[in-house]
Design a protein around this ligand. Structure first.
Ligand SMILES: [Zn+2]
Length: 192
């Protein structure tokens, strides 16, 4: 008899846990629609500007292999593979690793180089720079100002007003559409 009670209790606990689990996973799915790479990532935030310092081992556990390769191993995604490259949607591009705001869609342009391109970061502190002399080239690497993830490079052949071309791997970007109100506001400003 005791065994049956134990069995029933175990089953009951299992049912409860399963219930919680499926609720959690549907919540995760919902947030994954907003931002694709921040599942289970405790440092991801669009508002917290505290610097993020973690070891590669810790990052490896949090990030997808594609994001980890580009962001932490300074990899490069294949050209013409990011849906962001030709996107004209209005909104803000964030660091997919930590959520730091990086670029606004109105500074984005189609450079034809195969990667999402911008002529200006959202703010001075949003990006940090480092000389990169690998592969026999003299380039300037750009990294996220909050988590120091590798984003891409900046070149001096961009359009006005800055003349710069921030060539960024789409896999380390998260895009969030502007609120409808903000869109309406921008449209109104253009008319005037
Ligand atoms: Zn970041």
């Amino acid at each position: 008899m005791k065994q049956i009670v134990l069995l029933l209790t175990t089953m009951f606990v299992l049912v409860i846990t399963q219930g919680c689990y499926s609720q959690n996973s549907s919540a995760q799915k919902k947030s994954a629609m907003d931002t694709s790479n921040n599942k289970k990532n405790p440092v991801y935030s669009n508002t917290d500007s505290t610097k993020v310092v973690m070891t590669d081992e810790e990052w490896k556990k949090l990030l997808s292999p594609e994001v980890y390769h580009v962001a932490r191993q300074k990899g490069t995604e294949r050209p013409f593979t990011s849906p962001y490259e030709t996107s004209h949607e209005i909104g803000t591009y964030y660091c997919a690793v930590c959520g730091n705001a990086l670029f606004k869609s109105d500074t984005k342009f189609e450079s034809g180089c195969g990667w999402p391109s911008f002529y200006e970061p959202i703010s001075k502190g949003s990006i940090i720079y480092a000389p990169d002399n690998t592969y026999g080239m003299q380039r300037t690497e750009v990294m996220c100002g909050r988590c120091k993830s590798h984003l891409g490079h900046v070149f001096e052949d961009g359009p006005k007003p800055t003349g710069l071309r921030y060539c960024i791997n789409g896999v380390v970007l998260d895009f969030k559409k502007a609120q409808d109100a903000e869109k309406a506001y921008n449209a109104k400003e253009k008319e005037e």
